[in-house]
Ligand binder design. Structure first.
Ligand code: GCV
Length: 671
């Protein structure tokens, strides 16, 4: 088996100090919480290198300058109600105190302290009072046991190789640190497409390995979940049905779950992709998704387990000739009528948009429609449709737009962030999950800049209101402390506009899907146009776009008012989503004052120029950059430029041929 390397390149957690501090760290860990062993290790591995000397004691000797403990262990009267994961940091009598209600709060408090130390904040000036907005701050791996990663762009799986577990403790600990350092508190380790080998993860064959991992992650406040195959009673249980209303099926799951919790008391539960893209599910038995989910949830309930049930359910065998079916409607049509029918430990997992993680799409109307069902939003950190960690595409601005979107579900100012955190719906929102972008590459994420997407996800999941610029700067300052400030500024400014740049040279005005089928990188305007996947742009000689208005698929009606009407009306529909909602002529004038065709030409030409500008900025810092980092990013930029040029030329030529309309500026469009 290939050995997993632990010699990791710099990331925000592991960089060396560029400005060593002059004081000693005398740390007291007061109490007997198991988390103290983790904090001790983190202190030795990371914090210690910033101080001239470090000593750790397990009681307050009176000489320590940093004291960590719960309110109870420190004998202090508990102040604000910060929950089990919140913490407070303050200075008192010339010493710094990191205090929490429970041990997970201490862990996050320590990470906060570490961040401030890295950023050079004077010890006694560190001050914080934090509490996460979301209950679940989860990531999903789409890793397979053969070591491959579905939609993975950072090397092989961290967990699996050759049909078995990699079981590299150092690597797993580094990874657990990486995740918990940004507040992530739950993960699945295997793909939601659960194939034959992975179906057996819940059996005695693999439970010891799963238990080993679960215990390790638990030390970092991370709860481990598994993706399961809905048809397991048949594929591994020897039954001839997986009908959720059959007693034999429910009994079989109860026995499995009992066995799992026997080995893994901290086990979180299951994630299920059912009746989706050829995966089995309750529809095969004429049952509803509530029937399927509730049966599994019942088995998990006695142990406090949760069932994440994905809403990515749609017809992937659509006939492109059939104009009556609109894939965008599917999640809402399937799940909104079932609101209130799910058990209280079922959490519906809703993709952020109604289609599939495109560079730009509308926010899923299902978020806001569920009033009595627990749910999380699902984002995609891995860059499947957004450049595959070759093209730089910093995604927190996209997520922030989604989180800030006002659904009007409970009247004005009902943002997605307020819904998924549960603030606006009495706790039915349970937080956020995301398909992660990490793998066995030395820098974890393929493109080093893509680390910032994981960092930003963690920050926004903890606090959706955090300033985006502060997140981007903080990531760069922690990851590249050795670079001159102006170089970090350049990196931040590239990151901050990269999503819009990527959007500008790919599919226009919210239409999406003009990618190569299968792998989804690079342009192919008609790649999905005559396919069964329900992803069409309907371009003809007169115009393009999908009519989702009341006269079209009526998808707009899935939104609360006035959101639906805003999208319905050509005058108020935002330009960037115009073709997602409307079929318009090429000559239609956008609110920007440009025609659609001119926008297509301009944005594709501009996109390429922007990528050239990224390269020029990078080149201008060549002397200030370490050779390895310079080369790493330069090679990626060259590939990004080639990609952008290909997109520009294919899309522009396609629409020139379709419309016969010349570019107003006479630039080169191939005929
Ligand atoms: C794991 C998209 C991706 C698939 C993925 C699926 C999902 O269709 O292309 O690779 O499957 O989403 O989210 O289940």
């Amino acid at each position: 088996m290939e050995t997993v390397t632990t010699d990791r390149e710099a990331c925000w957690l592991t960089t060396e100090s560029s400005k060593p501090r002059t004081e000693k760290l005398l740390l007291s860990l007061v109490g007997d919480a198991p988390m103290f062993a983790t904090i001790r290790r983190l202190c030795q591995n990371h914090a210690a290198k910033f101080f001239v000397e470090t000593a750790i004691t397990d009681r307050d000797t009176g000489k320590s300058n940093v004291i960590i403990g719960t309110w109870t262990s420190l004998g202090k009267e508990s102040t604000p109600n910060l929950g089990s994961e919140g913490y407070t940091i303050f200075s008192e009598e010339g010493r710094l105190w990191i205090v929490a209600e429970e041990e997970r709060g201490l862990l996050y408090g320590f990470y906060h302290f570490l961040k401030e130390i890295q950023l050079g904040t004077p010890l006694l000036e560190i001050s914080a009072q934090e509490k996460p907005a979301n209950v679940f701050r989860m990531i999903n791996h789409w890793d397979n046991m053969d070591g491959s990663v579905e939609r993975g762009y950072a090397g092989r799986s961290l967990f699996f190789e050759g049909g078995s577990f990699t079981k590299d403790e150092d690597c797993m600990r580094s990874y657990a640190e990486l995740l918990s350092s940004v507040g992530i508190n739950a993960l699945t380790i295997n793909n939601v497409n659960v194939h034959e080998q992975e179906s057996a993860l819940i059996t005695n064959r693999w439970l010891p390995e799963v238990a080993w991992l679960a215990k390790l992650f638990q030390e970092y406040g991370l709860t481990l979940f598994l993706s399961i195959n809905y048809a397991s009673p048949i594929t591994i249980g020897g039954l001839d049905t997986a009908d959720p209303l059959e007693t034999s099926v429910a009994d079989w799951w109860e026995r499995q779950v009992e066995r799992i919790y026997g080995s893994i008391p901290s086990f979180g539960g299951f994630v299920v992709k059912a009746d989706s893209e050829h995966r089995p599910g309750p529809f095969s038995y004429g049952r509803t998704h509530a029937d399927g989910a509730n049966m599994l949830a019942k088995a998990l309930k006695p142990y406090g387990g949760h069932l994440f049930w994905r809403c990515f359910v749609y017809d992937c065998l659509q006939d492109w000739r059939d104009r009556s079916t609109d894939r965008a409607r599917a999640a809402y049509d399937h799940f909104a009528p079932l609101d209130g029918a799910f058990a209280d430990n079922v959490i519906l997992q809703i993709k952020s948009g109604p289609m599939d993680f495109q560079v730009r799409e509308a926010v899923s109307p299902l978020i806001g429609a569920l009033k009595q069902t627990k749910h999380v939003i699902e984002l995609q950190i891995t860059q499947e449709y957004t450049g595959q960690q070759i093209d730089v595409c910093y995604l927190p601005p996209q997520w922030k737009e989604i989180l800030d979107f006002d659904t009007h579900a409970n009247g004005k100012d009902t943002t997605v962030a307020d819904l998924v955190s549960g603030r606006a719906n009495g706790g039915f929102g349970q937080g956020m999950t995301a398909v992660v972008n990490t793998g066995r590459d030395e820098n974890w994420t393929g493109h080093s800049f893509a680390q910032a997407n994981l960092y930003g996800y963690g920050q926004l999941a903890w606090n959706p209101k955090r300033c985006l610029h502060a997140i981007a700067e903080e990531w760069a300052d922690r990851t590249y402390p050795y670079l001159p400030k102006n170089v970090r500024k350049t990196i931040v400014s590239i990151q901050e506009c990269s999503w819009i740049v990527y959007e500008s040279y790919t599919s226009p005005l919210g239409i999406g899907w003009m990618v190569n089928p299968g792998h989804h990188y690079g342009p192919n305007v008609n790649g999905y146009e005559f396919s069964p996947w329900g992803t069409y742009h309907f371009s003809d000689r007169n115009g393009l776009g999908v009519d989702r208005t009341r006269k079209g698929s009526n998808y707009v009606s899935q939104y609360a008012e006035p959101v639906g009407s805003r999208y319905e009306n050509l005058q108020t529909c935002p330009d960037e989503l115009l073709l997602f909602f409307h079929h318009v002529p090429y000559t239609h004038v956008l609110t920007s004052g440009k025609t659609v065709i001119q926008h297509i030409y301009d944005s594709h030409f501009d996109g390429v120029e922007q990528v050239k500008a990224f390269i020029a900025a990078w080149e201008s810092h060549k002397q200030e950059l370490p050779e390895a980092l310079y080369q790493h990013v330069r090679v990626k930029f060259d590939a990004q430029l080639a990609n952008a040029v290909e997109w520009r030329d294919q899309v522009n030529t396609y629409y020139y041929r379709m419309s016969g309309i010349e570019d107003k500026h006479g630039r080169t469009i191939y005929r």
